[in-house]
Design a protein around this ligand. Structure first.
Ligand code: C5P
Ligand code: MG
Length: 163
């Protein structure tokens, strides 16, 4: 690599969970109180944080969260999703000490409820978790147009710079 040239890395991650009544819907660490259904999962089922954790790992070719935190390991049962993101960041810091996260861009696909009213809260929660200003956290919300009414799906890209 040329001296002084930035090593720029992008990462992409995706996650989906089935929705069921009697479960909380948590996205980016924010509980969506009016949701009638939430994610079926061992943990809090935060598809957005899981997609971001995978994107962080992928940017540095560090595998995925299932590789780092197998759900067959009882030590990982119910592991808080923000802890998964923190551990993905720690793995990046170990592999690439000069890595600096500079941006996150994510899409959440969910038919109901509308997430727009929660955009600022989710962006601020992600910004705090990731050490970014909220204007570097882009959030797009989409319905599935009825094609996947029983799922919540998240996709995330991250951008890193390293010296
Ligand atoms: O999927 P569709 O293009 O019909 O979504 C229309 C708009 O509704 C989106 O651009 C977004 O602003 C909003 N939306 C939302 N919460 C969702 C799905 C969509 O706020 N769960
Ligand atoms: Mg998940």
């Amino acid at each position: 690599m040329m001296r002084g040239m930035d090593d720029v890395r992008i990462g992409f991650g995706e996650d989906a969970h089935r929705l069921a009544a009697g479960r909380p819907l948590v996205l980016g660490g924010v509980a969506i109180a009016e949701a009638e259904r939430g994610a079926v999962a061992h943990s809090d089922g935060d598809a957005l944080l899981h997609a971001i954790a995978d994107a962080l790992l992928s940017a540095w070719a560090l595998g995925d969260i299932g590789h780092h935190f197998p759900d067959t390991d009882p030590a990982h049962a119910g592991l808080d999703s923000s802890a998964i993101v923190a551990r993905a960041r720690a793995a990046v810091a170990g592999a690439a000490p000069s890595a600096r996260l500079s941006q996150v861009s994510a899409v959440v696909t969910l038919d109901r409820p509308k997430l727009g009213p929660h955009r600022t809260a989710i962006a601020e929660a992600l910004a705090a978790l990731l050490g970014l200003p909220a204007n570097r956290v882009g959030l797009t919300f989409k319905t599935s147009e009825g094609l996947a009414p029983d799922h919540v799906q998240a996709r995330a890209t991250v951008l890193f710079r390293a010296a």
